[in-house]
Design a protein around this ligand. Structure first.
Ligand SMILES: *[C@@H]1O[C@H](CO)[C@@H](O)[C@H](O)[C@H]1NC(C)=O
Ligand SMILES: *[C@@H]1O[C@H](CO)[C@@H](O)[C@H](O)[C@H]1NC(C)=O
Ligand SMILES: *[C@@H]1O[C@H](CO)[C@@H](O)[C@H](O)[C@H]1NC(C)=O
Ligand SMILES: *[C@@H]1O[C@H](CO)[C@@H](O)[C@H](O)[C@H]1NC(C)=O
Ligand SMILES: *[C@@H]1O[C@H](CO)[C@@H](O)[C@H](O)[C@H]1NC(C)=O
Ligand SMILES: [Zn+2]
Length: 501
């Protein structure tokens, strides 16, 4: 009997060992295959890149392991305003900041540089201010402005002098140039409050920045700031507001497009190592068909006269409250052969609403990229179309948290996009409005807070490559840009020293 029992137990043991072996290998295979599917997962790192990656991942795993064991210290659970000042102490952030990141493709005209930059402008001559209830109006002029205002106009320098306490005066003025507050839960209890503050930001800041010389300088300084964060090319969306001069002259929006061209040309002359910038004309979507016809005419005119600067067309503003694309589908279809589309679509928490369905229209209208595409995971067929048509997804994680779509970034749909290897590009939308740096903080939050714990340098490299691949650059210009990126990337990799961080 004894040997028989031994034999049985041996068999049993082997069976068990076998099945546990196959479980382990099946498990490993699934995880490995999923890693290959994920964005950047199929990149092979060089020996030198592997060294950089080891350093980066050591720091990333430190942060994640600590947070996994101490969830109360996982900063991305909280509102961006609560942890933003901590970001800069992160070594992962510092490495990301230095990393060549390619292009920034989703940004809005007057919401890129932050309140400190704007405060400097308030020290320029000829700026008038009118303090009305809870609001402030600004205007450059060579005489007292006559624009309607419920307070009274005075020179900013005079208002500042009369305030007696300039520190206090400036602190209060600065509050009009930012959404950042100490208690976001109280000030922005719901999306309505956030968007109201956000729209007010554009109105307040817009009136000051549309002074033509300031407008031109702002975009020049925008490009400079991006270059300093190792971005080599920028696509900016603008509503093309009318610019004005001190004497009250105002120009039509075509001149605003020309101002972009002027700033870009000047910048390229001063920094020939930069690849350049292009304009996406993106007027407000809360409008009627007649206006859209005019918008499309203007877009075609800019394209005809400034083909090197013009990238394409979009419609902007709070998507839930504006008009859906379907409303203008006929007009947009008619112009689709002549215009490249970069529609905001699906920037919503809703499912089955007009905003959600904008994704269908944007894709059918042939969009080259989608702005946000936040609702995309709810559309299995559209995900297939995105892959088939190779449509870039412009994801702006911090924007989606600040503008009340998601609180804990681990719930951001970007995680699903990355897992499925969808063509993502990261950008920052309106970093100035929430005092984020131009783009590195967005990369950092996405990399540590949203992506898999095991996502590494390969993801960051793929994101940078995607930003050029899905840009409006074409032909030889695109090839040159990719070559330049690769050389900058290799320089970074070869120079890298872990101990420097
Ligand atoms: C790797 O994945 C990217 C998309 O993430 C794709 O463009 C590329 O063709 C893949 N490369 C290989 C060798 O499979
Ligand atoms: C999170 O925030 C705390 C302060 O609230 C800070 O001490 C800590 O370093 C932060 N953690 C990370 C990973 O940034
Ligand atoms: C504001 O102006 C001061 C003085 O010219 C300058 O040192 C500072 O860098 C400027 N700040 C920004 C954010 O541009
Ligand atoms: C000026 O205002 C600042 C900020 O509100 C305050 O801290 C400071 O004490 C004030 N200075 C004087 C002299 O009142
Ligand atoms: C649009 O492009 C077609 C050729 O693709 C051209 O015939 C037509 O004139 C263009 N329309 C406009 C308004 O530019
Ligand atoms: Zn946007």
């Amino acid at each position: 009997m004894r040997p028989f029992i031994t034999l049985i137990s041996l068999l049993l043991y082997q069976c068990f060992a076998l099945s546990s072996d196959s479980h382990a290998s099946n498990r490993a295979k699934i995880l490995h295959d999923e890693e290959l599917l994920a964005l950047g997962g199929n990149i092979t790192l060089t020996e030198q890149e592997t060294k950089v990656n080891n350093c980066l991942m050591q720091y990333k795993l430190n942060e994640i392991n600590f947070a996994f064991n101490n969830p109360e210290y996982f900063n991305f659970t909280y509102h961006f305003f609560k942890y933003k000042t901590n970001i800069h102490t992160s070594k992962v952030y510092k490495i990301i900041k230095d990393l060549p990141k390619g292009a920034a493709l989703h940004l809005h005209d007057v919401a890129i540089l932050g309140p400190d930059y704007l405060m400097n402008i308030t020290y320029m001559n000829h700026l008038y201010v009118c303090f009305a209830k809870d609001k402030v109006q600004l205007k450059f002029s060579d005489q007292l402005p006559t624009d309607p205002c419920s307070g009274h106009w005075q020179l900013m320098s005079e208002a500042r002098r009369l305030s007696r306490n300039v520190t206090n005066f400036d602190a209060q003025l600065r509050q009009h140039f930012t959404l950042v507050v100490n208690d976001p839960a109280k000030v922005y209890p719901c999306i309505k409050n956030t968007w109201e503050a956000f729209m007010n930001y554009f109105i307040t800041v817009g009136s000051m920045l549309t002074y033509r010389p300031v407008w031109e300088q702002y975009f020049y300084d925008t490009l400079k700031a991006f270059r300093e964060q190792n971005i080599m090319y920028v696509e900016v969306r603008s509503t093309l507001p009318k610019l004005y001069e001190l004497d009250g002259t105002t120009y039509d929006p075509f001149i605003t497009a020309k101002a972009y061209k002027k700033s870009i040309n000047k910048f390229m002359k001063d920094y020939p190592d930069f690849t350049g910038a292009k304009l996406i004309y993106a007027p407000i979507r809360d409008t009627d068909k007649k206006s859209v016809t005019k918008y499309l005419e203007l877009a075609l005119r800019i394209k005809a006269e400034m083909p090197d600067v013009f990238a394409g067309f979009d419609l902007v503003g709070q998507e839930d409250k504006g008009k859906p694309l379907i409303e203008f589908a006929d007009q947009l279809t008619a112009a689709a052969d002549n215009l490249t589309y970069f529609f905001h679509a699906g920037e919503t928490d809703w499912y089955g609403t007009s905003t959600d369905e904008n994704l269908v229209d944007a894709i059918l209208l042939g969009a080259k990229r989608l702005g946000h595409a936040y609702a995309l995971p709810k559309h299995p067929l559209l995900i297939k179309e995105v892959l088939k048509r190779d449509i870039g997804l412009e994801v702006n994680v911090i924007s989606n948290t600040v503008l009340s779509l998601v609180q804990d970034v681990r719930n951001h749909p970007l995680a699903l996009f990355l897992a499925q290897g969808l063509p993502v590009v990261l950008s920052s939308d309106d970093p100035g409005a929430w005092e984020a740096d131009l783009i590195s903080e967005d990369f950092y939050v996405a990399f540590v807070g949203v992506a898999s714990k095991s996502s590494d340098l390969r993801l960051l490299k793929q994101l940078a490559l995607n930003s050029l691949k899905y840009s409006a650059l074409e032909g030889d210009t695109k090839k040159t840009a990719l070559k330049k990126f690769n050389s900058e990337w290799n320089d970074f990799i070869n120079r890298f020293e872990c101990s420097a961080y």
